[in-house]
Write a protein of this length. Structure first.
Ligand code: UT7
Length: 329
């Protein structure tokens, strides 16, 4: 049994914040942002939209491409750290909005690696014969947790959602299309390098922590940077090794879009040439769990992914969490 990606989808909000916009808000420059990160603009959710609205649009696009209806889904997984509510899961809200009455629904909290964790879970449920069809979404509204007075983080983040429909294929050859392998890892000793200190049950929001801006994302960018390159390479090699595929067989590397220099560093270490690395960071910035599925959908809709291609997806983020998945298209 294989778990095959039947459809991809994405949705990003209409509102665009450019680097020129940030020059008016904080002490920064287009030149700094582009050379240090590769980001030119990012999408920002409107006041009336929610995370689950982004999920709905991306998820529906993926269902349309797969040619199945929401009622056919057995499971909805949303990777997110910016849920609609603490309770219930965003996936449960999405289930209602999609009308996916026959599915289980839950969120996965693994920051920028959330989509790859979700994909790996769906893969496991499918190959074990427990379910046939899953909708895996990565979706974030980071703008609502971004401190727009902190130039070291605010220029980085954007909002959006990406999704895939994964379906069981009976009797498929083990080396046929589908998810071939995943590798997931965490290091909870470095939580405070990238986190939102207040707003959970440890430190519920109050006047003091709102004033001290602890409700926003704080990040030790430089330390995260170094760990990201090392960990993403390690995860990529472990996922490849599990599947018995070498780096030179890869057709596309679809990495988490956090920083163009991180991506270049990973590709260089893995000896994957630039033309096989999919990039869209300049348009969306870092959308955390949404970045890999948005990039996958864009590559797919551009017709870049051919049957039989090996696609390597890799991500790193808060937790710390990281991982890689290898898919045969
Ligand atoms: O998605 C999950 C994982 N997240 C990541 O992977 C992000 C990882 N980190 C990064 O991408 C990079 O570390 C950043 C883009 C966040 C920062 O780039 P950097 O090259 O590591 O810069 P830095 O933090 O070492 O800062 C260099 C300088 C500092 O000034 P001084 O102390 O050298 O005078 C900063 O204050 O750049 C300054 N700076 C800025 N200058 C203009 C920081 N942010 C800005 C800014 N505009 N927006």
């Amino acid at each position: 049994m294989n778990a095959v990606i039947r459809g991809t989808g994405a949705y990003t909000p209409e509102k665009v914040l450019t680097n020129a916009d940030f020059e008016k808000i904080v002490d920064t420059s287009d030149e700094w942002i582009v050379t240090r990160t590769g980001i030119k603009e990012r999408r920002i959710i409107s006041e009336s939209e929610t995370n689950s609205d982004l999920c709905l649009r991306a998820g529906q696009n993926a269902l349309d491409m797969a040619g199945i209806s929401a009622a056919d889904l057995d499971m909805i997984i949303v990777g997110t750290v910016t849920p609609d509510y603490n309770l219930p899961s965003t996936a449960a809200v999405v289930q209602e909005k999609l009308g996916a009455a026959n599915s289980a629904a839950f969120d996965v909290v693994a920051a920028c690696a959330g989509f790859l964790h979700g994909l790996s879970i769906a893969h496991g449920f499918i190959v074990n014969g427990n379910i046939r069809r899953a909708l895996v979404i990565g979706s974030e509204v980071l703008s609502r947790f971004t401190d727009y007075s902190d130039r070291s983080t605010c220029v980085l983040f954007g909002d959006g959602a990406g999704a895939v429909v994964v379906e069981a294929e009976d009797g498929a050859a083990p080396n046929g299309s589908g998810v071939l392998s995943s590798y997931l890892k965490a290091d909870g000793t470095k939580t405070e390098l990238l986190w939102i200190p207040a707003g959970g049950s440890t430190k519920p929001l109050d006047e003091n922590n709102i004033k001290s801006r602890e409700r926003y994302i704080t990040m030790s960018g430089n330390e995260i940077y170094k760990l990201a390159v090392r960990s993403m390479c390690d995860a990529a090699l472990k996922a490849l090794d599990k599947a018995g595929v070498s780096t030179d067989e890869i057709s596309w590397l679809i990495p988490h879009q956090a920083n163009i220099r991180i991506i270049e560093g990973v590709a260089k270490r893995l000896k994957i040439p630039d033309q096989k690395v999919f990039l869209n960071i300049e348009k969306y910035g870092n959308t955390s769990a949404a970045s890999v599925p948005i990039a996958l959908d864009e590559a797919n809709r551009k017709g870049l992914l051919k049957k039989g291609d090996y696609i390597l997806m890799v991500a790193f983020g808060g937790g710390l969490t990281w991982g890689a998945s290898l898919v045969r298209w």
